[in-house]
Design a protein around this ligand. Sequence first.
Ligand SMILES: Cc1ncc(COP(=O)(O)O)c(C=O)c1O
Length: 359
Amino acid sequence: MATLTHHDVLYAAQRLRDAVVRTPLLTSSAIDHLVHRRVFLKAETHQLTGSFKFRGAYNALALGRTEREAGVVGASAGNHGQALALAARMLDTSATVLLPTDVPTAKHEAIRALGARIATYDRFSDHRDAIVHQIAHRHKLTVVPSANDPKVIAGAGTVALEMVQDLPDLAAILVPVGGGGLAAGTALIASAHNPRLRVFGVEPVGADDTHRSLRAGRITSITPPATIADSLRHTEPAKIAFAINQRFLADVITVSETDIADAMALLWQHCHLVAEPSGAVALAGLIRAARRLPEGRIGVIISGGNVDWDLYRKALDVSLERPRRATRQPAVRRSPAQAASRPASSALVGLSGSGRTSG
Ligand SMILES: Cc1ncc(COP(=O)(O)O)c(C=O)c1O
């Protein structure tokens, strides 16, 4: 694939038409009230394997004959692995997934249940990409990265394509950023649909590699991040995605761990939606930065829902036990100084490790 464009996303959509779920757009008057906007939540929690990742994995395998013939291997924080495992099963090939040893249990078990081979690495001492390439070389497998791959990015872009087909007049789309593949696919579609439609990436403040890289004008590595958003713990952006994001993203918003827990709680309370932390990050960004966003209708990608019960319960406890946010009255506008001084919850910080991982 030469330079990636929105046409690749349109072709991916044709390929995926009968394979993926066209996920619903949910609304909540309480969330609208909180941000003084009409908000539409794209529930990729309802996608096959519980995250948008299935779109990219299926597109890569459906498009790539070598991928299918040889079998595939991919490093993953869990969701890309589940997506590869199911896509491989549907397309009659095999998948091997390299996971960090501290992957959430639900993700590990789902990958095993889908029949993929699993290898693990220690995020503190091993070099993940070197291991993936060793496995690929030894077993003659094709590597399918979680974000640094044009076919994966094109598949991810079909989330935004469905959004603009259903809501042609969106003013902005908010998207979580790990390696940056989902943001890049979203940006390709948004810019082709309407150059005034702005795409904002959202990252946990402790995993702000894309935020920093965009400001520096080049890929910048960070020390291995700690955040409950386990799918977003990248140390640097994926190269192919970054080139697109550099061109098209309006900005990257950063959010705290308690912002993420609050967004998970809001989704549970007002939408009956179980989102994993990474899946709730874009909503956290909307709430954190509503004042900076354009007026008009806002689309938010709720990118996944694969979460261990322990972490989910603790995140909701942390959020619900703090003084309630006013969802039925006009939102209280806090000054930037007040916002910055909000204490990070030690309960949440204790749930995240630190180290290098992705996807
Ligand atoms: C639920 C979820 N949201 C967001 C992301 C980030 O996607 P990307 O790496 O394409 O930026 C991931 C990546 O695995 C994910 O699993």
